[in-house]
Design a protein around this ligand. Structure first.
Ligand SMILES: C[S@@+](CC[C@H](N)C(=O)[O-])C[C@H]1O[C@@H](n2cnc3c(N)ncnc32)[C@H](O)[C@@H]1O
Length: 215
């Protein structure tokens, strides 16, 4: 993927970078994942974990200027693309953070999120990489703390093994309410599809989805 890094001013406006060292040793000095700390206001906040090149979250930010949006990803080049997209659209209600989300749990604030999205997370093809998956018991636990009562958690994957892990953990957890009757949904049709959704759909993969509400 060829991407030109944003100019320094655009980068300052949209992008934060937290190193593993900062997150481990001095998390208390970093802004938390809340609207007051990231945007200096009290608007509702939505989080896209592993936002990639930002198509989905930029679309959300554009369609709801009364809320704030934050996308987190490890991969700087993808975030440069996302920042370019946000800047081009002149969005004022979005920021991106380059960091390993698994190290960001100390930055989550109780009931600070109106919604959280984990869409097409890396499944970790080799068995030894599966333990690096973002979705696990800890993730569900932390999201339960960070999502406001009435708020939602959206999970989407094209990977059947990951999907089964999600289904099993959600059923075992039991604290979330599904917004759908079925145990899971097949297919996802948002107005703007992410880079990976378009790619997996082109390859004919089935897309599984859960939309959970925090009671
Ligand atoms: C398959 S891509 C999906 C990207 C985007 N959600 C989409 O639908 O196009 C998975 C993304 O998760 C990011 N990612 C993987 N592990 C991560 C972690 N521990 N913390 C933050 N981002 C991570 C990757 O860099 C990649 O951009």
């Amino acid at each position: 993927m060829k991407v030109r890094p944003p100019d320094p001013e655009t980068e300052r406006r949209y992008l934060l970078r937290f190193t593993g060292r900062q997150l481990y040793h001095e998390a208390e000095r970093l802004p938390g994942l809340s609207s007051p700390e990231l945007f200096g206001d009290e608007r509702p906040l939505e989080l896209d974990v592993g936002c990639g090149t930002g198509e989905y979250i930029c679309h959300l930010a554009q369609s709801d200027p009364e809320a704030n949006f934050v996308g987190v990803d490890l991969h700087l080049k993808s975030l440069h693309k996302a920042v370019g997209r946000a800047a081009e659209a002149g969005l004022e209600n979005i920021k991106f953070i380059c960091a390993d989300f698994r190290q960001m749990y100390p930055l989550l604030r109780p009931a600070a999120l109106r919604a959280a999205y984990l869409h097409f997370p890396d499944p970790g093809i080799k068995p030894r990489y599966r333990k690096r998956r973002l979705f696990n018991e800890r993730f569900l636990e932390e999201m339960h703390r960070a999502v406001v009562p009435g708020g939602k958690l959206s999970l989407v994957t094209d990977d059947e093994d990951y999907f089964r892990q999600m289904l099993e953990l959600i059923e075992r957890d039991g604290r979330w309410r599904r917004t759908h009757e079925e145990p899971y949904l097949v297919g996802f049709d948002p107005p703007v599809k992410s880079r990976f959704q378009r790619m997996w759909e082109r390859r004919g993969r089935t897309i599984y989805r859960f939309e959970l509400a925090r009671p």
